[in-house]
Design a protein around this ligand. Sequence first.
Ligand code: SPV
Ligand code: MG
Length: 431
Amino acid sequence: MKNVYMCMSTDILHNGHIKMIAQAAALGELTIGVLTDEAVAKYKRYPLLCFDERCQIVSNIKGVVNVVRQESVDYEENLLSLKPDIVVHGDDWREGPQQGIRAKVIQTLSTYGGELVEFPYTRDVSLDTLEENARHIAAMPEVRRGRLKQLLRLKPTISILEAHNGLTGLIVEKTTAQRGDRLVQFDGMWVSSLCDSTAKGKPDIELIDNTSRFQTISQIMEVSTKPIILDGDTGGLLEHFPFLVKSLERMGVSAVIIEDKEGLKRNSLFGTAAKQTQASIESFSAKIRAGCHARTTADFMIIARIESLILEQGMQDALDRARAFVDAGANGIMIHSRKKTPDEIFEFCEKFRLTDPQTPLVVVPTTFNMVTEEEWAARKVNIVIYANHLIRSAFPAMQSTARLILEKGRCMEADDVCMPIKQILTLIPEE
Ligand code: SPV
Ligand code: MG
């Protein structure tokens, strides 16, 4: 009797899966590796059913003898420990993003004489409808709101990219890439005050009112399912902040980050070059408490952003504030710096973690940009925000196209740097 191994992630079963399981079971004793929630969330979308539920379903399918945990889309760990004679998969992974995973499976099997058997993959047409329904469910406020907390439980460090309209929301939602032998994607969106203001042709001085910020959020929500973190600037007046919290929570936003400044807010990256006033620990703590009091669900996070390093108030001030803001109810601490090296952020993280191993830490590595997500994870930072990169890359591209048309007095040359018309027409599907 041969040992057969198959990996499954899906929480939407269709007859193609059942057929493949029957084919695999006909080859020997079948073990199914069920992907963990983290692995599914990383490569596809957050699963509708949790790991234990998916295991239970799979273990009750005829032909399945064993069910084991598979920690990542990479089979290597399970193959080397279970040494199955045969791995079964649909032939759909010969092309597309799973090619690399397939190549590694073949390579691992060859180390001990295992074999890959591929069956024609049958795609159930109704699956697309079901997947679409799953996306609709994931976009519901009550489902989306809690995603950030769920992801924080699943992954040591999550990565967030700025979005400032529907189109950039789609980019954050859908972009995937290969990093080494892993497929990666962003975990959520940052609605930056800098980018939201810039996209509207306005300075980043808390000028764009909440109604307008909500419109930006709504555009992003219309086309995506991933969790959203709002850059809430100072949170406004103490009396106004509870209203912001209630509105965001109702919309399905997952978190708001507010910074401990008062008066006219200027962008942090100006540092001391612009006049900025830090709020007292007492007044900012009162704002956090008011926000927490206004909150209805346990899902929504209020994260305190500390500007002591930006405003050169010293490490101890930053640490004292972090402690006070957590005591006031903050669900996370964002520590910001405009230094070109990460030393002061590293020092803060290390000292903060000596007394607080739990509270999520957030960083925005715009200037200290050489640090990788793996290094942040090793330093127990939970959220890495790439705060302005889509607008910063789009603006020079658009400006140089505008200049090129002016210089040439026609648009032929600009075509070389533009997406083909055929592609832009079908970029956004009609359904
Ligand atoms: C933003 O993106 O608007 C931020 C982060 O607040 S920073 O610009 O670095 O201050
Ligand atoms: Mg901002």
